[in-house]
Design a protein around this ligand. Structure first.
Ligand code: C2E
Ligand code: MG
Ligand code: MG
Ligand code: MG
Length: 280
């Protein structure tokens, strides 16, 4: 043991914290390697309208590492904390753009694809330029990409709002993800007009069980519509959720009731057959 380690150990560096950090660093190097090797891919979860027709899909990051299965709930916060989220986000966007260009069925289906975007990504000075470069590289119209951000974008930064505004100005759609669980303040709707509000799944789960959740869900639907936004319910798992939400006027539905996140190959089955280009 070096003197440095000894002095760290004698102060705040407890064994359990040390183990936590070692695991984190191991994960950091594995994640960096995975990014370089192209092992970060995406799964697509369909979004449907009140008739069950697919109207969009959300791209969710997946780490294809059979030896250490690891979900976004684990690696996204670590990527954020250790400064890899910008690279990871561009990688996800790149995979989506590549799929949109190279897959005829997806290209012709003309549905928007959502990508998640952390606050940390917005804070990166090259974010807008890099996003434009990726889209330009593949020739993807901005309308086809929706950016999903959480309400944490509203915490203390005017710059973030202006980055989001720039995304909208260049033709992207903007969704507020997990709506109702973060820094909701009506004030922000004066500065920013999101195109989509996504009701957090914790509220959807309370439908039929908890009258308070039902009131919250109804209110979010009305709020979205009054603001001229489309409202998406996430975590729609049961027929009851679907029926209830449809009756309240919810526009778009996403959840296991319809489909889990799918590989590119499997989501093609959801797309209209008529959109297959002729091979002649
Ligand atoms: P999110 O953006 O709110 O995505 C929805 C999550 O709920 C996904 O988990 C999805 O698989 C899951 N889900 C969908 N339908 C249902 C359902 O009916 N029931 C339940 N219980 N869950 C459902 P996933 O893929 O594990 O992603 C978790 C979170 O990680 C995402 O939440 C998002 O915040 C973050 N994330 C995923 N991919 C990316 C990415 O590429 N970039 C960034 N910045 N964050 C990402
Ligand atoms: Mg999302
Ligand atoms: Mg969400
Ligand atoms: Mg979430």
């Amino acid at each position: 043991h070096s003197a440095g380690e000894a002095s760290l150990n004698s102060t705040w560096y407890t064994p359990s914290l040390k183990r936590g950090m070692e695991e984190k660093h191991a994960l950091y190097f594995r994640l960096m390697e995975a990014l370089d090797k192209g092992q970060i891919g995406v799964a697509y979860q369909p979004k449907v309208d009140a008739t069950g027709r697919i109207v969009g899909a959300e791209a969710l990051a997946r780490w294809h590492e059979p030896r250490f299965p690891c979900s976004p709930g684990t690696f996204i916060p670590i990527a954020e904390e250790l400064g890899l989220i910008h690279k990871l986000g561009l990688r996800v966007l790149g995979v989506v753009c590549r799929d949109l260009v190279h897959n005829d069925v997806l290209a012709m289906a003309n549905i928007p694809i959502s990508v998640n975007c952390s606050v940390r990504q917005l804070d990166h000075p090259d974010f807008l330029r890099n996003v434009q470069a990726v889209l330009g590289n593949y020739g993807i119209p901005p309308r086809r990409i929706v950016f999903e951000v959480t309400e944490s974008v509203f915490a203390d930064s005017g710059r973030r709002l202006s980055v989001l505004q720039s995304l909208q100005d260049s033709g992207h759609l903007l969704a507020i993800d997990d709506f109702g669980t973060g820094y909701s303040s009506f004030r922000y709707f004066r500065d920013l007009a999101p195109d989509i509000l996504k009701i957090d799944q914790s509220f959807v789960r309370g439908i039929g069980l908890d009258p308070k959740c039902e009131i919250i869900v109804s209110s979010i639907i009305d709020l979205a519509h009054h603001l001229g936004a489309i409202v998406v319910a996430e975590g729609v798992e049961t027929d009851l959720h679907y029926t209830w939400l449809r009756e309240r006027g919810c526009d778009v539905f996403q959840g296991y009731r319809f489909s889990r996140p799918l590989s590119l190959h499997d989501i093609l089955k959801w797309l209209p057959v008529g959109s297959t280009p002729s091979k002649s």
